[in-house]
Ligand binder design. Sequence first.
Ligand SMILES: [Zn+2]
Length: 241
Amino acid sequence: MALVRSHNKIKEDHHLIEIEGRKIPLIVRHHPRARRMILRLDMVGEGAVITIPANSSSSAALDFVHRKSSWLCQLLNEIGERVAFGDGVQIPFQGVQHLVRHRDDAYGGVWIEDGEINVAGDIEHLSRRLGDWLKKQARIRIKSLVHQKVKKINKTLSRITIRDTRTRWGSCSSKGSLSFSWRLIMAPPEILDYVVAHEVAHLVHMNHSPSFWNTVERLTENAKSGRAWLNDNGSILHRIG
Ligand SMILES: [Zn+2]
């Protein structure tokens, strides 16, 4: 995740493979520090990414994927269909499932009550209103976390952008602007905390060196669990809305 700078050094090639009659986009990432091949779903849950060590070839990677094809298909099936925002669907908010309820009887935009997310107004605006509300909640929470964490490293609050990024959860530019996926507001709070710590730590270290990870660990208790959670569950967040 968020490998802004090291991304530049990692070569990627893109393939479209066919498994069980289904076309699946596959990215092969040639990672200089990878010690073995690691196959997982891509961030949006529609394809796969395989990370391979420098001394492995793309064709060896494709062989590996074909040997694991039934497992991969199972993962893609488990992740299931996209969940569009609508009345009666369940969506996670800060890691907890909430029922979305259209409230044409009420005014007041979007609000949480008794574990349900209520959306007032015309039904045709529900999806946009809910999306806007989630982005706003993401911005509020992220801004406050960035604020707390930059203080710990004696930096000032930098520019924050909230986006719908498809390949990374956050990034930090060379000028120090931070950018985050709004979808993190659906993840458990400690996961968002880790991603913010990760990007804020890039304000000190523009790499993923051991000193960088020391800084991350100074800023969050969730470094290990955050990375693991995003690898295992991150693509689900891209299936919603
Ligand atoms: Zn990073």
